[in-house]
Design a binder for this molecule. Structure first.
Ligand code: ZN
Length: 133
């Protein structure tokens, strides 16, 4: 029985989300906080080939903004409490959450690019790059 293509995409994204190689799920995807390993230490896949660019930052802002910031603004205490208390109480957890989510979204985006076979060499297909040529 062959695997469904959507299972491949979801599996690769989940492996990336866990910070693992989207191909084998064993090797580490990052060698530092957001630095992608040049190649998988387990299967040798060229991990640097998948350009996540601004995608992870966009999805992180989308998640934090819609799931955390917007609901927080609904609580009246946010508007009534002194700024000196509210800003550190809200901003510090937001920064922590953002820093926690960002590598996961980057891993998921790299997993998606791997599953869809989008490589750095495909950047020439981008319409903005064609305008320069
Ligand atoms: Zn691997």
């Amino acid at each position: 029985m062959t695997k469904d293509r959507s299972e491949d995409v979801l599996g690769a994204m989940l492996r990336g989300l866990r910070g693992r190689c989207p191909h084998c799920g064993t090797g580490r995807l990052f060698y530092r906080y957001l630095k992608v390993s040049p190649a998988c230490e387990a299967c040798g896949l060229d991990l640097d080939r998948y350009p996540s660019d601004d995608g992870p930052a966009y999805f992180t802002i989308l998640l934090v903004g819609h799931l955390i910031v917007a609901p927080i603004l609904l609580f009246p205490i946010i508007w009534r409490a002194p700024v000196a208390i509210i800003v550190p109480a809200v901003v510090a957890p937001l920064i922590g959450l953002t820093l926690a989510i960002l590598p996961r979204t980057k891993g998921a985006v790299i997993g998606l690019l791997y599953a869809l076979r989008v490589h750095r060499e495909d950047a020439g297909l981008h319409t903005a790059d064609r305008a320069i040529d």
